[in-house]
Design a protein around this ligand. Structure first.
Ligand SMILES: [Zn+2]
Length: 342
């Protein structure tokens, strides 16, 4: 892959190609945008363009350098991310990064570090990075990727050029699913519709059983009663196989998807309630049931519920007890949903 294969981010490609043409690449960038919009792929393609032997404004994708970058095996490039089963980037990793940058490039004129999930750095690590950003070696190029820009220290942000990645269009997601993941047209369309512009989510949704799990959830939510909170959260954990994996990161991906499903359901209720025809309904097949359900809950309560789900997303990165987190969320949601006269 090279820039020409990056979908839907033409504005950003152009920006970098201009920077290359004018020899004006900044020392540090933050790539920000929701998960699965191509921040990581873009940073890899950018590295190829910086180091590629062909030396144009796009990488050749076939030289030895491009191939080694694709395999994350190039001596002038270092990739840093939270280690497996860790929620944060640790100070040791940043010290390693500093050591890496201290030594001059071995094979080219630059050295590049890519820090994935830079919003998941603890205080110590962030301070360490800040030191490097304050006085970067002339040959250093640093790329930070972050889902939440707010979670990156202001002092770090102010030393980087911020590049915002927008969600991918439905057509782009559909094409990627058809061409790279061999889904048929109808399936790809269905998944692209609910993937909300994220290829990561789309791929997750394309796995066997994923759509069924979402369907199960909507059906349960439609018949949920006020008193069901504890049984429902247990069923949820079982049906979505949340405890089946010991890998924390994988568990979080499941739960994020689950929370997205909640969000879409309550968002649909809000659309039905307010009758905003221009907004599409994600769960189109349940439109009449959703409309009936929406009559029984106030608009205000729906806004609050949506807020609760969003807050739960935020807690996910700081809380290992996922079952408890879900139970709390459901208790709060049901309390709001079935509270009368709001
Ligand atoms: Zn190349």
């Amino acid at each position: 892959m090279s820039f020409k294969n990056i979908s839907c981010q033409n504005r950003i490609i152009e920006l970098f190609q201009n920077a290359f043409a004018n020899n004006r690449l900044a020392h540090a960038y933050i790539f920000t945008g929701q998960e699965g919009v191509g921040k990581a792929s873009f940073s890899r393609e950018l590295a190829k363009t910086v180091f590629c032997r062909s030396q144009g404004t796009d990488a050749c994708d076939v030289c030895n350098t491009c191939l080694r970058i694709a395999g994350n095996n190039y001596s002038d490039m270092l990739v840093v991310q939270p280690e497996k089963n860790s929620r944060v980037i640790k100070i040791e990793q940043l010290k390693n990064l500093q050591d890496f940058l201290r030594i001059k490039p071995l094979e080219s004129r630059n050295k590049m570090v890519i820090i994935h999930s830079a919003d998941k750095m603890n205080e110590e690590a962030a301070n360490c990075l800040l030191k490097t950003l304050e006085e970067p070696p002339l040959y250093a190029i640093m790329i930070l990727t972050a889902t939440s820009l707010d979670a990156v220290k202001e002092t770090i942000r102010s030393r980087c050029q911020i590049i915002r990645f927008s969600p991918l269009s439905m057509a782009v997601v559909k094409n990627i699913l058809v061409n790279q993941y061999q889904l048929d047209n109808r399936q790809a369309e269905q998944v692209a519709f609910i993937a909300n512009g994220s290829i990561k989510r789309a791929v997750w949704l394309s796995q066997a059983g994923a759509v069924e799990k979402k369907t199960w959830l909507v059906e349960q939510l439609l018949k949920l009663e006020c008193k069901d909170n504890l049984t429902f959260s247990k069923e949820l954990v079982n049906t979505w196989h949340i405890q089946d994996t010991d890998v924390l990161e994988e568990k979080r991906t499941f739960v994020k998807e689950l929370l997205f499903s909640f969000l879409m359901y309550y968002r649909d209720l809000l659309v039905c309630k307010t009758g905003r025809q221009e907004s599409p309904i994600y769960h189109d097949g349940w439109k009449s049931a959703l409309t009936v359900k929406s009559q029984a809950v106030s608009e205000d309560a729906l806004f609050h519920i949506i807020q609760i789900i969003k807050t739960t997303f935020g807690y996910l990165d700081h809380n290992a007890n996922i079952a408890l987190l879900l139970e709390n969320m459901i208790t709060k949601i049901l309390h709001l949903q079935f509270r009368r006269n709001m």
